[in-house]
Write a protein that binds this ligand. Structure first.
Ligand SMILES: Cc1cc2nc3c(=O)[nH]c(=O)nc-3n(C[C@H](O)[C@H](O)[C@H](O)COP(=O)(O)O)c2cc1C
Length: 343
């Protein structure tokens, strides 16, 4: 089954598989990990969102969030805010940093952000959203994209109107997470809205929400005709998911990485963390990722506890390797059906 692909201006996104922006998750080391795990099966990587207030003041936090490694390309940097001139200024900083795309967040549900009119708050003020997109598109030669939810609440499902305003104001692609702001992350994402947007859109439409397996992604391409599928939480525990989707689409059996490959990925990730953050934060960050990637390991509670107690990240990974070797599973993949699959 062919995968979708699309162009944002001259930038080819092929395949149309995109790492969704996730605050606190999709920093540069995680994006690099995804690129390493999935290779060119991931068409575009999106940063976590960055406040335009912090970015225009060039705070350390914002500059770290905006930084990216050459292996991440093509890379999109997402910003949030509610003032057109600040959004435009932030976009210029992103352009100077050499990013490929600037994305405007219109989906974040956090009260402190929507209260100031940013994130999903923009869905309640579409004229302002139009002004912002226009100001950003005029300020930079980078393509501008937007990521929305399907409305503020059940009584104001306005994705179709948001699409029209985005197109008229100069957006080059639009991604929709099919939940309302009031839904937060409850229930399930509505992909029917993606299908309806695809029918009328003049720009590429990407869908987001609840894609956890290769089969889920292919089903969404097939039933909506969308140009791209965004994957968020599914990539958090499985950075190999993009590769698995391409395998499945090409008729190959998607493979699960063995424990040896997982430990190697964690070792590489530790190096990437070291390129980005001070040494004191590395153990904590590694532990977070380690807990995500060792689901299904034999005697999980015991090894997890031992790793969490360790303070040296290299020692943690050595312990993990020794644990898998002792259980004879280094070259096995985590069970997907209750049994241990050979790698
Ligand atoms: C921890 C977390 C952080 C997120 N941060 C952002 C963000 O910074 N910007 C954004 O547009 N969406 C953000 N999202 C929404 C995701 O991009 C995505 O639309 C949503 O999680 C649904 O997709 P999924 O089911 O594949 O995770 C976040 C989601 C999660 C779970």
């Amino acid at each position: 089954m062919p995968l979708g692909h699309f162009a944002i201006d001259a930038l080819q996104i092929k395949p149309g598989l995109v790492l969704a922006p996730m605050s606190g998750v999709t920093d540069s080391p995680f994006r690099r990990l995804v690129r390493m795990a999935s290779g060119d099966a991931v068409g575009l990587l999106v940063s976590e969102f960055i406040s335009v207030e912090l970015l225009t003041h060039r705070t350390m936090q914002a500059m770290v969030r905006m930084a990216f490694h050459p292996s991440e390309r093509p890379v999109s940097i997402q910003i949030y805010g509610s003032e057109a001139h600040k959004m435009a200024e932030a976009a210029r900083i992103i352009e100077d940093a050499g990013a490929d795309v600037v994305d405007i967040n219109c989906g974040c549900p956090a009260p402190k952000i929507v209260r100031r009119g940013g994130g999903a708050g923009l869905l309640r003020d579409l004229p302002r959203l139009g002004e912002i997109i226009e100001a950003v598109a005029t300020a930079v030669s980078l393509p501008v994209t937007v990521k929305i939810r399907n409305g503020w609440c059940e009584d104001s499902l306005n994705a179709m109107e948001t699409l029209r305003i985005a197109e008229e104001s100069g957006a080059r692609a639009i991604a929709v997470h099919g939940r309302t702001r009031m839904q937060l992350y409850t229930g399930s994402a509505d992909w029917e809205v993606v299908r309806r947007m695809v029918e009328v859109a003049r720009i590429p439409v990407l869908g987001s929400g609840d894609v956890l397996t290769a089969a889920d992604a292919l089903h969404r391409f097939e039933t909506t005709g969308c140009a791209g599928v965004m994957i968020g939480r599914g990539a958090v525990t499985n950075p190999w998911i993009f590769r698995q989707i391409v395998d499945e689409a090409s008729g190959r059996v998607p493979t699960e990485p063995s424990w040896r490959e997982r430990i190697a990925a964690l070792e590489a990730y530790l190096g990437m963390l070291g390129d980005t953050y001070p040494a004191r934060v590395l153990p904590g960050r590694l532990k977070m990722m380690l807990s995500r990637l060792i689901k299904g390991i034999p005697e999980a509670p015991e090894i997890r506890l031992r790793c969490l107690r360790a303070s040296d990240p290299h020692a943690m990974l050595a312990m993990l390797g020794a644990h898998c070797a002792a259980h004879g599973v280094l070259d096995h993949a985590p069970p997907t059906d209750g049994s241990l699959a050979a790698a």
